[in-house]
Design a protein around this ligand. Structure first.
Ligand code: AMP
Length: 397
């Protein structure tokens, strides 16, 4: 998928408004994790190098259309300045006279506008609000991949108001995720985990015909076990997705896709970091116990598939990786992804919890790509055209 990105000549001397995703954790007035800020630096550096004046607009948290300073972007401005050494001017509004004034006084500083979600119109994709956002600028650049699955004024409507381009982060995400979704080198393995089958149904349906193998771990495996008629104790189960799981098991067999489930699980008495636990096979989960991680036999089987694949897409942890006792399965998959990359495979980690997991185990720089978008990457793999990307797609004839 080719996107309309900006060339230096498009932005030189122009006032450019960039939609970033600076929705970072803030604790006691300080940014606790700057990964999301850093993801935008290639775009911001390219714009500055081309001689553009750069203003940034973002959301942070869910202020629900009201001005709530708990969700102010001011601390993020300080962090951006610390990371880059740039002079960052925080503007305490994203529309109106405050912005007008900052623009009229604009030197070479980067402007960071206040949280766009302080306005209820934003999440309604309101055109008039988009016009107000754009009125002081010449060009709009959409760089917030992780917000691109939402049609909001600052992610979608604004593109209809002033000349607009995709940023380098969006271009990189669509290149990387698109290579997996649209042109995977075989063998292609999809690894799914996490708590819910429901979040991943559409991904399974869309990729089923393209993959050679699907590895399923995490809480979602137990809905599949239930569909096979096994007793799963108090493990996670989505009762209304049992039929879907059964259908997928049949479909995989019919079209020759290997669908592997755990052959051993770590079953605990309680959902607690220090709960007593034991290794069991899925057909012998004791009454009252819950499976919280995959076991060593499964790790070995999953690792073997990963190491013999050329394209690997991973979304969802294999267990409750936040608790050390139940993190080994997820860590082993992260390690296998890194080893497969070393061996030449193309390895992509979906955003959200899987991105947090690979970073927790220190392998985030040892895979081909870690997506910055949780919900956005899922929707991308479902085959949807994301509203925040759609205006920039160059149609091939
Ligand atoms: P998701 O948002 O669906 O990707 O799920 C991520 C969450 O699933 C993480 O917080 C994990 O702790 C949780 N998880 C993974 N495996 C299990 C499991 N076997 N039982 C309960 N929670 C799990």
């Amino acid at each position: 998928m080719k996107l309309k990105t900006f060339l230096p000549g498009d932005v030189t001397g122009k006032k450019v408004l960039v939609r970033v995703d600076f929705n970072v954790p803030v604790s006691e007035g300080k940014v606790a994790d700057s990964t999301r800020i850093c993801a935008h630096l290639p775009t911001l550096r390219a714009l500055k190098a081309a001689g553009a004046k750069v203003a940034l607009v973002s959301h942070l948290g869910r202020p629900k259309g009201k001005r709530d300073l708990k969700y102010s972007l001011e601390p993020v401005g300080a962090e951006l300045s610390k990371i880059t050494g740039w002079n960052v001017r925080f503007v305490p509004e994203c529309i109106g006279t405050e912005v007008e004034r900052a623009v009229s006084e604009w030197g070479n500083e980067v402007l960071l506008l206040e949280n766009v979600r302080f306005h209820p119109e934003e999440e309604k994709n309101d055109r008039e609000f988009a016009e107000k956002l754009a009125e002081n600028f010449d060009i709009f650049v959409m760089d917030a991949f992780s917000a691109a699955h939402r049609a909001h004024s600052s992610t979608r409507a604004v593109a209809d108001v002033i000349p607009s381009f995709a940023g380098l982060l969006i271009a990189k995400e669509t290149d990387m995720l698109g290579a997996v979704r649209d042109d995977p080198k075989k063998p292609f393995v999809l690894i799914l985990g996490g708590s819910k089958v429901s979040d991943k149904i559409a991904v399974i349906e869309n990729l089923m015909k393209k993959v050679d193998t699907i590895l399923i771990g995490g809480g979602m495996a137990f809905t599949f076990f239930k569909a096979m008629g096994l007793e799963i104790g108090t493990s996670l189960c989505e009762a209304d997705k049992i039929d879907f799981a059964r259908k997928m098991l049949t479909e995989a067999e019919k079209i020759g896709v290997k669908l592997l489930l755990p052959s051993d699980v770590l079953a605990a008495d309680e959902f607690k970091a220090d709960s007593p636990c034991s290794l069991v096979t899925p057909d012998a989960i004791p009454n009252g116990k819950m499976g919280l991680d995959i076991g060593p036999e499964t790790i070995k089987a999953f690792t073997d598939v990963i190491l013999s694949s050329r394209t690997i897409l991973w979304n969802g942890p294999m267990g409750v990786f936040e608790m050390p006792a139940f993190s080994k399965g997820t860590e082993a998959i992260a390690q296998a992804m890194s080893k497969a990359t070393e061996m030449g495979a193309f390895t992509v980690v979906g955003g959200g919890d899987s991105a947090a997991a690979i970073a927790q185990f220190g392998y985030e720089d040892q895979v081909s790509h870690v997506s910055t978008g949780g919900g956005a990457s899922l929707e991308f793999f479902e085959g949807k055209i994301l509203p925040g990307i759609e205006p920039y797609i160059i149609k091939e004839h």
